[in-house]
Design a protein. Structure first.
Length: 412
């Protein structure tokens, strides 16, 4: 009994009417995801100007020998953007294997044949990507279908379950019509998502980033090669690009805007909210190879006279920065840097203890105009995790992290 069928076997199958007369051959098949994400909803016959459509419920039987109808009232095919056509839209196209965290090219599709209410239906089960499906395609039309099945049996199966596939569609409106969800992509680690984005072509990268939640897109872009970051954001609308950049850390946002054409970066800054735009603009004023060009303005400060309990209360009000915070900086009434307390030491201290008693014995800082190579040398010499940046009055204006230094060394 036939329990599965491949798309390469479906294409070319003869279609017979109620009296057993041949009506034509299958040329394509389509899913309507909004109705059913797995069921083959339509079968297309003919070609050119003479396409005809068979609905799934008009079919009686499907086998390797052909398709027999139970209702032969066929209708002309009309373009429908709600349809995902397998030949046109899926075969030989790049898709994202969410489970395997990679980009693959579809070479065939496997259907499961099910018998419902006395007639056959095909449901998409897997997309095929390996040597087995390539052999099947090459041999189709040359050898009998049963013989092809026997010959391909020893070849290892390489396929992806349909539910783990994410189709790349550049048209935002068509993504909605096809019900293409980004939920599975957004659940990936940003580094994995970045690898996927870098594997895609320019238009597909833009389509994926543009469809993601802005926070997820920002996290993924932070892991992407800087040149690719700029090209993706330049291709998006200023409004969407601004939403994404607002979710990036100020130093990362400044770096990517600095790599873009000035007119585009200015337009994006105009779309951003006032506070993040102002922070980024201040960072853009500094030379790229200086301490100011490396620093971020996301850090936590407390008064030098504060207690551990008061510092923890301040941290709770900066929950957005906690993931990247490992040091609390102490400042005086005029925002001048006076000390630094490692987060671990703070959390182990008594609530009533003054922070000044927990601060590092030796405070290392750099002026905002310090050269990049000297900043790197300071991290190496003093085994630093963070390095505060001060202006000419010793006022704290930014912080450089070890991650910033690692990023510079990677680019070098």
């Amino acid at each position: 009994m036939l329990d599965h069928l491949f798309f390469t076997e479906l294409v070319g199958l003869k279609v017979y009417d109620l009296k057993g007369r041949k009506l034509g051959r299958v040329r394509d098949a389509a899913i309507v995801p909004l109705v059913d994400p797995n069921r083959v909803d339509r079968y297309l016959l003919g070609g050119g100007w003479a396409w005809l459509t068979i609905r799934h419920d008009q079919i009686q039987t499907i086998s390797l020998e052909g398709i027999w109808l139970r209702d032969e009232q066929l209708t002309p095919y009309h373009r429908d953007d709600y349809m995902l056509r397998l030949e046109r839209d899926l075969l030989d196209q790049q898709i994202i294997d969410v489970e395997g965290r990679k980009v693959v090219r579809v070479t065939d599709v496997t259907f499961q044949r099910v018998r419902l209410n006395g007639h056959d239906e095909l449901r998409v089960q897997e997309v095929d990507i390996g040597l087995r499906s390539m052999f099947r395609r090459l041999a189709q039309g040359v050898l009998p279908r049963p013989l092809i099945r026997r010959m391909m049996a020893p070849i290892p199966i390489s396929s992806i379950r349909w539910e783990y596939c994410n189709i790349v569609e550049s048209d935002p409106q068509r993504r909605l019509r096809l019900n293409i969800s980004t939920t599975a992509l957004e659940a990936l680690h940003p580094a994995d998502l970045a690898d996927i984005v870098e594997e895609l072509g320019p238009s597909d990268r833009e389509a994926i980033i543009g469809s993601l939640d802005s926070e997820v897109a920002a996290e993924a872009l932070s892991e992407v090669d800087p040149d690719i970051q700029a090209s993706i954001l330049e291709s998006l609308s200023e409004e969407k690009a601004a939403e994404i950049i607002e979710e990036m850390s100020p130093d990362e946002a400044a770096d990517v805007l600095a790599d873009m054409e000035e007119a585009k970066s200015d337009a994006i800054l105009e779309e951003m909210a006032d506070e993040p735009a102002h922070e980024v603009e201040e960072l853009l004023e500094h030379k790229e190879d200086s301490a100011g060009g490396l620093m971020t303005t996301e850090y936590v400060t407390v008064r030098a006279t504060a207690t551990v309990a008061e510092a923890i209360a301040v941290l709770q009000g900066h929950d957005y920065a906690l993931e990247s915070t490992n040091t609390v900086f102490l400042i005086d009434g005029e925002d001048r840097l006076t000390g630094a307390v490692p987060l671990a030491r703070l959390l182990l201290g008594e609530p009533s203890s003054p922070l000044a008693a927990l601060q590092n014995d030796r405070l290392v800082s750099v002026p905002v105009k310090e050269k990049q190579d000297r900043v790197i040398a300071a991290f190496d010499k003093y085994n630093l995790v963070t390095l505060p940046v001060v202006d000419h009055t010793n006022r704290l204006i930014g912080v450089i992290t070890a991650d910033d230094i690692i990023a510079v060394l990677r680019q070098g």
